[in-house]
Design a protein around this ligand. Structure first.
Ligand SMILES: Cc1ncc(COP(=O)(O)O)c(C=O)c1O
Length: 356
């Protein structure tokens, strides 16, 4: 059967999609239970949700477009700025490693992706991105913290790139910014060519509801709005989002769990001698070498992590979600078991010089 979405890893601890491992706020579930029959039988109204979101982010409501997950916002940005105006020979700039929807949306609108490799240790290649800007550049996808490395792009670098590309749209994807780093939003009034992408999927635990936000001045946002379908987010998701915004204790509590989980993962990787990259997000990328046997052995213990080894910029790497501490503890225990067993088997293999 042809699959829709990502393959389902089955039962167990999902640490492969950077989801909130603790689930959403109980207040969100209460709001969903409170949905009335007419909320379902009528088309959704967005005004209140847009205003609440604008207040939350401290921006003008006209600068806010709610999308069906930030995924939709990324595709609509490409359609609004490249496909609809029928720009031929358009290029997008995509620093690597990159979230798949950037190249996919680029291809969907018939543009060419100009990929920029990372600097050493995944430092952000700011000058190389600026050097890649041409008169054909229509969009630049910047992701901070980066998925999968967790590295931040410093605000001065975001500013330099945005200033260097006044004729292009710079989409700053801040899907994980609640877990570390500084948002670009206070800079936005100076940059009519910048869009900031946010999501309720990660920090607020609403991935199943599909609510994202694209924020920008009308020059950058209106073309995106003009191609977005009028009822793109369902009414239940709106109710969930409202409740998530109202539970102001939820995010700091979860962010503290994520911080502690990251520290525990670093300590475990140090013990195991794995190279890793300290992350500002709710996941950590770690180099384990040959990934498949480790991923399979973890899956057998019902721990699901993400294989990053097929991307040439992240060879030998897996990405693990850092969520609730109890989940991280279980994942670390499994990884330690799996690693020890593999190392023991390797050392016992004839010819290893250590077999007795
Ligand atoms: C970098 C990045 N941007 C955007 C998204 C999309 O989030 P959503 O469509 O769930 O809002 C994700 C999800 O994994 C992501 O990793």
């Amino acid at each position: 059967m042809v699959l829709q979405g990502y393959p389902d890893p089955g039962e167990g601890l999902r640490l492969h999609l950077n989801e909130n491992t603790g689930g959403c706020s109980p207040q969100v579930l209460e709001a969903i239970r409170g949905v009335r029959p007419t909320d379902v039988s009528t088309y959704p109204q967005y005004r209140e949700a847009v205003h609440a979101t604008a207040r939350h982010f401290g921006v003008d409501p006209d600068w806010v477009l709610l999308t069906n997950g930030l995924d939709e916002g990324i595709l609509m940005a490409a359609i609004g700025h490249i496909a609809k105006p029928r720009i031929h020979d358009a290029e997008t700039i995509i620093p690597l490693p990159a979230f798949d929807p950037y190249p996919n949306s680029t291809a969907a609108v018939g543009a060419t992706a100009v990929r920029v490799p990372p600097d050493r240790n995944y430092a952000f290649p700011t000058q190389a991105v600026i050097d890649a800007i041409t008169p054909r550049t229509r969009m630049i996808f910047l992701n901070t913290p980066n998925n999968p490395t967790g590295q931040l792009i410093p605000i001065p670098d975001l500013i330099r790139i945005s200033e260097a590309a006044p004729a292009a749209v710079v989409l700053i994807d801040e899907a994980y910014i609640e877990f570390g780093g500084t948002t670009f939003l206070p800079q936005l009034p100076r940059f009519p060519n910048v869009l900031v992408g946010r999501t309720f999927s990660k920090a607020y635990g609403l991935a199943g509801m599909r609510v994202g936000v694209v924020i920008g001045q009308p020059q950058a946002l209106d073309p995106v709005r003009s191609v977005t379908l009028p009822f793109n987010i369902n009414g239940v998701a709106l109710a969930a989002m409202h409740a998530a915004l109202q539970d102001t204790d939820f995010l700091p509590r979860y962010a503290a769990q994520v911080r502690e989980s990251r520290e525990r993962l670093y300590a475990a990787f140090d013990r195991l001698g794995y190279e890793y990259w300290p992350s500002a997000a709710n996941y950590v990328m770690v180099r384990v070498g040959e990934t498949a046997p480790i991923i399979e052995a973890l899956a057998a213990k019902k721990i699901h992590v993400r294989d990053r080894s097929k991307d040439p910029t992240t060879p030998g790497c897996i990405r693990m979600t850092a969520g609730m501490v109890e989940h991280t503890v279980a994942a670390i225990e499994a990884l330690e078991d799996v690693t020890r067993l593999r190392r023991f088997a390797a050392s016992a293999r004839p010819g290893s010089g250590q077999a007795r």
